[in-house]
Design a protein. Sequence first.
Length: 317
Amino acid sequence: MVDRSNKPSAISPAAGGPQPTVTAEGGKVTARLSTGESVEVILYGATVTSWKNANGHENLWVSSAAKLDGSKAIRGGIPVVFPVFGPPPKDHATSALPQHGFARISHWEYLGKSSSESAPVSKSGDSAVRLDFGLTPGNVSAEMRKAWPYEFALQYSVTLGRDGLQTVLEVRNPGTQKWDFQMLTHTYFHTPDISKTAVRGLAGVRYADKVLDMTEHYSQGNELKFEGQVDRVYKSLQQNTTSIVVDDKPAYDVVRDNLTDTVVWNPWKEGAQAIGDFEPKDGYKNMVCVEAGCVSGWQSLEGNDGFEAGQVLKSYL
C-alpha cells in the first residue's frame, strides 16, 4: 500500500471468535459477518452489488434491469470508474475509451480475504473482513488495451465492518511511461423517498453543473434537496464527510480518503426514461448517487509510482 500521512483510521479486521463467511463462486464473492452484516461483489467490474446492515437493511440501489452477466456495466451498486470519468475529452490519452473507462467493464481477479492478527479480539467474532481484487492489462480486453496502452496495476479492497463499508483503490504505474488518470466510486445509495432526502456537507463549494451545460456555480446553504434532475461535480471539498439525510435524520455518511471531489446525481423522471437499463422507471425516487473521486482534474503517475485513495461508508438505517 502507498504510505501517506494524515490517513484516516481504517476499518480493521480482527482475529478470534466466529469467523466471517466468505464464498467465491459463479463470478461473485460474498462475505457475511457473524453479526449479520454482508457484502456482495461481482468480479465483472469488481462492482459491489449489495451491502446490508445486521438488521437486513439494503444500503445500495441496483436497477432491476441491471446486467450481471458481464455484457455491460452494472447499473447500480458501487461501480469503479478508472481511468477517466464521464465521456473522455478529445485530444487526450483516454479519448478512445468508453465513458467512465474500462475498470467497470473488465473482469477482475479475486485475490482473497484478509484479517489482522494484531487487532483486538472480539468475543462475538471478527468485526471486519477485507476482500481484495486485482486488475492488470492481462485482464483487460484487446480493444481497451489498444485504446489505452499503458502499464498499470490496480488493487481494490472492500472491507466489510460492523460500523461501515470501506473501499480503497490502489493505482500503480509499474512501467516507465508517465500517464494521467481519474478515479471515482460511483455509489448508488438506496433511499426510501428522494423528495425527503438531502445531501449535506457541500456548503460554499464550487461545482460544475452538467444539467446546465457544465457551467460553474458556488453551492448556497448547507444542503442539497432534490426537486428535479441533479448532476453536479463538487470540487475541492475541504471537509472529508458528505452526509445523506432523510426527513432530517442521518441516513448515510461518505467519508473521503485522499479524494477531494464528490459527484451527486439523480436522473429524475426524464433521465430515468432515457436510460435503457434503469428499472423500474420510477426507481429514481429510491436512489441517490454520492460519488467520491478525483475527477475535476487529472492525477499523474510517473513510472514506478503509486496512488491510493478510498472512502468509508456508514449507514444509520
